[in-house]
Design a protein around this ligand. Structure first.
Ligand SMILES: *Cc1c(COP(=O)(O)O)cnc(C)c1O
Length: 495
């Protein structure tokens, strides 16, 4: 006699039954809608101590399966209390990421297909949609057709691959064949970037065997942009000392204050010195989709490689980073290694993205870019980014008008660097302590989230206006909160 199972009983073999998948799927979407509709009721940053969440979870693996509703209820009970709400409209910290509706839906399709786009044959749609959407993005930001693109997870990984290609370009050194260890014939290799470069460049330099002293930080001008003359001098000095320059990294939108390095002048030097030019436009590149902001990527068509993160200011859920390069052959030379079981009869006709990097397996990330581009359109993305730039300049104007606040950097994009400067607090040291406390007080309200940086010795508050959901009322509210917290702090005797 066959046993009869009634639903919902865990099947002993195979996947979740389709009826259960359907009803749980509907509930998940309902939950998501409810969450996003009420997201402002949650504190942007959770009030938990290290270990609080871990302690709520069993330390042993679950022996028996449980129905989905148990798992869902633990989202509310265990996970939610420890969530920082990146989709909150008053998340003004770091560089924001927004998981837009179309982006979230695309991720569902990506998982449902469960495809692994290692080579063209393992999902022709994955490879070809990636090629086409990266062609669209390239046109939107105004890079020439000579730029070939590939998706990775993060800018850190994109940059690592760019610098690996820059190293590969030194073909006389044969580093792919012989490595770097134990070689007396290898000169010291050097990468150049401004003092404000993102730490991912330093990490790539470490991972590629150049050493932490394999990167030379070039001083910046009063607007935090790399000084080309200082770059030129550093290269000349290194050459005199037998050091081999490899690559210059210019940043379009530094992480601290979104300063934009003078790429045309840097490109000039790279061309003269025959150096690879990598541009890090992880956050700032998105602004170039606006005709009036195209200038941010001036000179970038002369770069050898260029990174932009659609998961930052293009409303694509984490993670999606794009590397463009004019020299895909060199990138391929650095990484291509095709085992027999991955050879196909079409290899001459198609792109096999596994040839261009460390990962073999590849998620179907192109769906996210496709959904977001098609849903909002170029125009829809542009009006949103334009509004962010307007709101940031509005906030900057309030800072500039207020006698007890000061702006600490220009606002080339939509990030405002500022600090409080109340009467009676004079020294740099006191100002740093005061502003650190002010930021903590603002963040503890749970109503907004700011982060900080240091510009020179100055403790600097950053307000980044680039969230999909942010409105003028949110910017007004955070300004009210900042002022109110400052008034509170001035009332209290200083501790
Ligand atoms: C955010 C950022 C990065 C790192 O991005 P990940 O995708 O998190 O690796 C690198 N450079 C700049 C300029 C950034 O703003």
């Amino acid at each position: 006699m066959k046993e009869k199972f009634s639903l919902p009983v865990h099947p002993s073999l195979g996947d979740m039954p389709s009826e259960e998948f359907q009803s749980a799927g509907h509930k998940a979407i309902d939950w998501a809608v409810e969450y996003l509709n009420h997201i402002e009721e949650y504190p942007v940053c959770p009030d938990v101590a290290p270990g609080d969440i871990r302690r709520m979870l069993p330390q042993a693996p679950p022996q028996q399966g449980k129905p989905m509703e148990h798992i869902f209820s633990d989202i509310d009970r265990i996970i939610m209390p420890g969530m920082t709400h990146w989709n909150h409209p008053r998340f003004f910290a770091y560089f924001t990421s927004s998981a837009s509706g179309p982006g979230v839906l695309a991720d569902i399709f990506s998982s449902v297909f469960g495809t692994n786009g290692m080579v063209w044959q393992t999902s022709p749609s994955a490879t070809e949609l990636e090629q086409v959407t990266l062609g669209w993005l390239r046109q939107m930001i105004g890079l020439p057709e000579s730029f070939w693109g590939i998706m990775y997870d993060t800018a850190s990984v994109s940059t690592f691959h760019a610098l690996a290609a820059a190293r590969e370009q030194l073909s006389d050194l044969k580093i792919r064949e012989h490595g770097m260890i134990g070689r007396k014939d290898l000169p010291k290799l050097r990468v150049y970037a401004s003092e404000f470069v993102h730490s991912s460049i330093d990490k790539a330099v470490i991972a590629l065997g150049f050493g932490t002293d394999g990167i030379r930080k070039i001083p910046v001008d009063e607007s935090f942009r790399m000084k080309p003359a200082a770059l030129q001098d550093a290269i000349a000095e290194d050459r005199r000392n037998g050091i081999r320059p490899v690559c210059v990294v210019a940043t379009v939108g530094t992480t601290s204050c979104t300063s934009i390095d003078p790429v045309p002048a840097i490109a000039e030097i790279c061309e003269k010195e025959n150096l690879w030019l990598h541009v890090d436009a992880a956050h700032g590149g998105a602004a170039a989709i606006l005709p009036e902001m195209r200038h941010v990527i001036d000179g970038c068509s002369r770069a050898d490689s260029f990174v932009i993160n659609p998961h930052k200011w293009m409303f694509v859920p984490v993670d999606l980073s794009v590397l463009y390069t004019r020299k895909p052959k060199i990138l391929k030379q650095a990484f291509s290694l095709v085992p027999e079981y991955l050879r196909t009869s079409r290899d001459d006709e198609v792109e096999n993205y596994m040839d261009y990097g460390i990962p073999l397996g590849r998620r179907f990330r192109a769906l996210k870019l496709w959904f977001v581009f098609r849903y909002f359109g170029w125009d829809g993305l542009a009006v949103r980014i334009r509004e962010h730039i307007r709101l940031a300049s509005l906030f900057a104007s309030w800072i500039d008008k207020h006698s007890e606040f000061e702006r600490l950097a220009p606002v080339p994009l939509s990030t405002v660097c500022f600090r409080a400067r109340p009467a009676g607090i004079e020294t740099e040291e006191e100002l740093s302590v005061f502003n650190e406390k002010l930021m903590r007080a603002v963040n503890q309200t749970g109503k907004a989230f700011l982060s900080h940086t240091k510009l020179g010795e100055r403790y600097t508050l950053r307000l980044v206006v680039s969230h999909l959901r942010v409105q003028e009322s949110d910017v007004r509210e955070v300004w009210e909160i900042i002022q109110a917290q400052m008034v509170q702090m001035m009332k209290r005797p200083s501790s």
